[in-house]
Design a protein around this ligand. Structure first.
Ligand SMILES: [Zn+2]
Length: 486
């Protein structure tokens, strides 16, 4: 909240200032107050969607940062005041706090540039001081700030991992990171390595891994339990595709398509970072994150099209395309999750080019085995500013995955809408009894940023999940299976 004398000046000036700026077509202004405080005013438009509001906020913030000479001079905005006239003050405050956190992030540099970056960061470690003129109660104000900060941190964590090149982030180093992350966030941690997955008969996962007999691939499992943990706590299972590099295998990626494939682990970075987020805000439900960590490589032992492999639930799969490795590692992971009977399961994956061709990289593609949950997933996109679009799955699509030699084909033979067939394939392994949402991470990369985020790597999914989960868990809990949880 504002000090009384600042507030008085603010009240006096704001109306005239707003009118003046509106005339000039400007949306921001800096005002120097008598006490030496520098106030940055940001005027938010009325009647905007959350996505538009976030984009406007980010662009104004960016403009202010550049005019304050970020990098060379110390960042000197002492106060950011948002003129809030809408009812959504808490949500806006949360977004501004997240934005402050997000805009501190820059890609990790290596070598000499990295050393310079480290020392620069230390020099400029001055947190943004943000105060907002609004009528929230102190509790609502604190909650919005804390949640905004935690959201920003989670988004930064996703972008850091997604940007690391394959020689820095591989299944071995990722495990170490996940273990340290678990420790610092009070989560339990275990790792199912190749020997364990062999014992569990995870033939689909192991097929992808076969190219590298010495690989450190496996599934990392992190769990958060609320302090007042009871057997009745809902359980949210988060599953993420963690392909630290994807060559395509024998269906090798040609031309430029292999570039950027170190980011094929972004789904797992979301599952990990969101587990940390929910721990940080003391969520009243359990969160179990499953990170399917592997690489899709080429070698004489690599898996090949037309092979038949048996997944851990006994399903035989005819391999069609070795570049569809994401759905292979996820099929076994989802089959394991299914056995634990969570209240709700969400999986994240940079899964298909078809989804990108359908939507461009501005919305996520969502699928669900529940009509209402699919609607909720789209609604959460509109409300959070990370927008999504729903595509169908169902028995008629399942027909196209029929195989002559196995229970199911990995991909449809005529591949017009691979995102739909990929989701249909996954739905077989999570089954009908577990409420499930699949997010094809189409906007993981969007040139020029998206919403609150200004970098090409967007960390898309954090805000969407945070918005979706409460209501989705409530909906899912109403129909939770009675069976015993493992
Ligand atoms: Zn692939």
């Amino acid at each position: 909240m504002l000090p009384a004398e600042v507030e008085a000046q603010w009240n006096k000036k704001q109306k005239k200032l707003a009118q003046d700026l509106e005339k000039k077509g400007s949306r921001t202004a800096e005002v120097a107050l008598a006490d030496g405080t520098s106030i940055l005013l940001i005027f938010l438009g009325e009647g905007l969607s959350t996505y538009e509001l976030h984009t406007q906020l980010r662009k104004q913030f960016e403009g202010c940062l550049s005019s304050y000479g970020k990098g060379e001079n110390e960042f000197s905005v002492d106060l950011t005041i948002s003129m809030l006239s809408s009812k959504a003050q808490g949500a806006t405050l949360k977004a501004i706090t997240a934005l402050a956190e997000i805009s501190c992030w820059e890609p990790t540099k290596f070598g000499k540039a990295g050393e310079k970056q480290q020392s620069e960061r230390k020099k400029h470690q001055k947190p943004y001081l943000i105060e907002v003129a609004c009528s929230l109660t102190p509790t609502a104000f604190r909650d919005a700030i804390e949640q905004g900060q935690a959201l920003g941190e989670a988004n930064n964590s996703v972008r850091t991992l997604a940007d690391l090149p394959a020689n820095e982030l591989n299944p071995a180093s990722y495990q170490e990171h996940a273990r340290d992350f678990a420790k610092s966030h009070g989560l339990t941690y275990e790792f199912w390595n190749i020997a364990e997955l062999t014992k569990r008969k995870a033939g689909a996962f192991l097929a992808v891994n076969r190219a590298d007999p010495h690989s450190k691939a496996g599934i990392a499992v992190l769990k958060y339990r609320p302090k007042k943990s009871t057997k009745k706590n809902p359980v949210l299972a988060l599953v993420g595709k963690g392909l630290c590099f994807d060559t395509g295998g024998y269906n090798v990626k040609t031309g430029n398509y292999m570039l950027g494939m170190h980011g094929d682990m972004t789904g797992s970075a979301l599952a990990l970072s969101l587990c940390g987020y929910f721990a940080k805000i003391n969520a009243p439900f359990e969160v179990h994150a499953y990170l399917a960590l592997a690489e899709n490589l080429i070698s004489p032992t690599a898996y090949k099209p037309n092979e038949v492999v048996i997944a851990s639930d006994g399903t035989s799969i005819e391999v069609v395309d070795t570049d569809a490795e994401g759905r292979m590692v996820l099929s076994d992971t989802l089959a394991f999750v299914r056995k634990t009977k969570p209240t709700l399961c969400i999986d994240y994956a940079t899964l298909t080019g078809a989804a990108i061709r359908s939507l461009d990289t501005r919305r996520g593609a969502v699928f669900s085995n529940r009509e209402k949950l699919a609607q909720l997933a789209v609604q959460a996109g509109d409300e959070s500013g990370e927008r999504t679009w729903n595509f169908p799955i169902g028995q008629d699509y399942r027909e196209m995955l029929k195989s002559k030699i196995a229970d199911i084909q990995q991909c449809a033979s005529v591949n017009n809408a691979d995102h739909i067939y990929a989701a249909t394939f996954l739905s077989h392994f999570i089954g009908d009894e577990t409420p499930w949402v699949h997010l094809d991470l189409v906007p993981a990369d969007n040139k020029g940023g998206l919403g609150l985020v200004s970098t090409d790597t967007t960390g898309f999914g954090v805000f969407w999940t945070a918005q979706l989960v409460d209501e989705a868990l409530r909906m899912a809990a109403k129909e939770a299976p009675k069976g015993k949880r493992q």
